[in-house]
Design a protein around this ligand. Structure first.
Ligand code: SAM
Length: 229
């Protein structure tokens, strides 16, 4: 999910103001076809056995969880493609994908009829039940109340939580941006690693392993396998 351009840096105060409103891009029906076309191409390559670090890192971290989780909740699942990524990585089990965008969840249901999906906000997961593991990729970076989202993931997980595709700013300090994606604007934050690790710790998570997916220039894309303390 990587169609973005035109980053403009914000102050923390501007981010706090703009971040009060959900990014409309994820609820825009026009986004879905563009996003899905991108993903379909990547999934086709993954099916042929091609190595794609962004997917292989998640597959590798899930494979590290012993015993293998019987159920996985994904928060910010978009059109549900990580369900197939997990299957291609050999994981079998119950999968529920959540996203606050109704149009993305409808698309997920069409493409992955053997998985479960529901509309929910990461900062208020409600009564979704308990899962052996929770995964979330490139989602909390868009959420002003990202610490609340982490606490919610911890609340509904019996075991490990994976924060996949986390942008870690070069230079150590969190930076805030507004960007254009799919023709609309959206805020995001690239975390200073110390601040992100503090968020994990205060949510009750201990990092077991961190893996780099790649350097995106402005930040390192990193994934964290965490255990509940
Ligand atoms: C950049 S996409 C990442 C999608 C996918 N997880 C991945 O790694 O490719 C961010 C996703 O998070 C979702 N999202 C953003 N804020 C959310 C929130 N507060 N609650 C639930 N989902 C949210 C968006 O709708 C979108 O599908």
């Amino acid at each position: 999910m990587g169609v973005s351009e035109g980053h403009r840096e914000l102050t923390a105060e501007e981010f706090a103001e703009l971040g009060k409103v959900h990014c409309d891009i994820w609820r825009n029906p026009g986004v879905v076809s563009q996003q899905r076309a991108l993903v379909d191409g990547e999934l086709a390559r993954l099916r042929t056995g091609e190595s794609l670090p962004v997917f292989n890192v998640l597959q590798g971290l899930v494979a590290k969880i012993k015993p293998a989780p019987e159920s996985i909740l994904e928060v910010g699942a978009a059109s549900g493609y990580y369900h197939e990524v997990l299957r291609l990585g050999g994981w079998r089990g119950r999968y529920l994908g959540l996203d606050y965008s109704e149009v993305l969840i409808e698309c997920a249901r069409r493409h992955h009829p053997d998985a479960e999906f529901a509309v929910a906000d990461a900062t208020a997961l409600g009564d979704v039940g308990m899962f052996d593991s929770v995964i979330s990729g490139a989602c909390v970076m868009h959420i002003l109340r990202w610490r609340t989202a982490l606490s919610e993931m911890v609340r509904v997980s019996r075991g490990p939580v994976i924060l996949h595709r986390t942008p870690i700013a070069h230079g150590g300090h969190t930076r805030y941006w507004v960007k254009q994606a799919y023709g609309a604007s959206c805020v995001e934050q690239h975390f200073g690693e110390a601040e992100f690790l503090d968020g994990l710790r205060t949510s009750g998570l201990l990092v077991v392993e961190a893996r780099d997916i790649g350097d995106a220039g402005m930040f390192m894309m990193r994934s964290y396998l965490c255990q509940k303390e």
